[in-house]
Write a protein that binds this ligand. Structure first.
Ligand code: RIB
Ligand code: CA
Length: 314
């Protein structure tokens, strides 16, 4: 068995972020979680760093260091998504205030420190929210960009277009300037857009499988997904909640579940009409150089089999 891949999860919990973190925590043979860095997104930073610690405590993994990062996008005002995730960001079940402490170090300093401390190409950044922390780290310490093994992020859309505006997906829309820095950095980049995340829906059978785990974790995940499903069910008529962020972790565990193309993806940062749009050259109609593996398809049954079997470990 190869040694576990070192990862940092940058996140704005969010129920789907929470399931992604639990999946990572349930997979220590494959993933060594160096730390969790919270960013403002679904809800303000003051809640995301609390939520990150609540999630670790659901999994009884209280030794995972959690750091608070940027509380606002690089240039624009913060846009949040309480309409999707509820006022706490983890609505659906009441969880106690976390006991585990927040780390003193700023999340951006942690990201820089860890990338400089570990061997080049040994640390993967898993971005589950707006890219403010990661872009700030890249801007402050450009030397770390070449040391990153891979950035795997949930964000953007092409065929699915936007979920927060007609043109943009939420994570990219909240901080398009940060996204432009990351997509333009030259880092190895894998993107999980709405095109693939809208194919992993927690329908009734899958929700029942979570509840049937018979554990606090299973009950909590079922409650989270039952809460945040209504936004997509009302907007798209979806069969259930899309598990956006867990696709990032599933990619690291079983990449063969997914299919995509290595293409050029640029970020709209100027037009108010299409701000935050990921302009994905899926059909290769430009000469723009490819910069991202853009995922479009997934074996949904295999994804849920992986997720449910790993959650059963917690
Ligand atoms: O558009 C979906 C993304 O925005 C997910 O990461 C969700 O958690 C929210 O952050
Ligand atoms: Ca998220």
């Amino acid at each position: 068995m190869p040694s576990p891949r070192k990862i940092i999860i940058d996140t704005d919990p969010g129920q789907d972020d929470a399931v992604a973190i639990l999946l990572a925590l349930a997979s220590p043979e494959e993933l060594e979680l160096l730390g969790i860095t919270a960013v403002a997104g679904n809800v303000p930073l003051a809640l995301t760093h609390v939520n990150a610690r609540k999630i670790c405590e659901v999994a009884h993994k209280v030794d995972v260091p959690v750091y608070a990062g940027c509380d606002a996008p690089l240039k624009r005002a913060l846009v949040t998504a309480e309409h999707v995730h509820g006022k706490t960001g983890l609505d659906g079940i009441d969880l106690p205030a976390p006991v585990m402490a927040l780390q003193e170090m700023h999340a951006v300093d942690f990201i820089i420190h860890e990338l400089r401390r570990h061997a080049p190409g040994s640390v993967t950044l898993c971005a589950l929210g707006p890219l403010t922390n990661i872009a700030t780290a890249f801007d402050r310490a450009p030397d770390i960009i070449g040391r990153v093994a891979e950035v795997v992020l949930m964000g953007g859309a092409y065929f699915e277009v936007g979920n927060i505006t007609p043109a943009a997906e939420f994570n990219i829309y909240v901080d398009p300037d940060a996204a432009a820095i990351v997509f333009g950095s030259g880092v190895k980049l894998t993107v999980m857009p709405l095109d693939v995340t809208h194919k992993v829906l927690v329908d009734a059978d899958r929700a029942e499988a979570f509840a049937a785990l018979g554990s606090d974790t299973g009950k909590t995940v079922a409650a989270w997904t039952h809460f945040f499903e209504r936004f997509d069910m009302e907007k798209y008529g979806s069969a259930g909640a899309p598990l956006h962020d867990p696709t990032v972790i599933a990619w690291l565990l079983k990449p063969d579940l997914f299919a995509g193309r290595f293409i050029n993806v640029e970020i709209e940062t100027q037009s108010e009409l299409t701000l935050g749009m990921t302009v994905a050259d899926w059909w290769g109609v430009t000469e723009r150089p490819a910069n991202a593996t853009f995922i479009g398809d997934v074996d949904a049954a295999g994804f849920f089999e992986l997720l449910t079997s790993r959650l059963a470990r917690l």
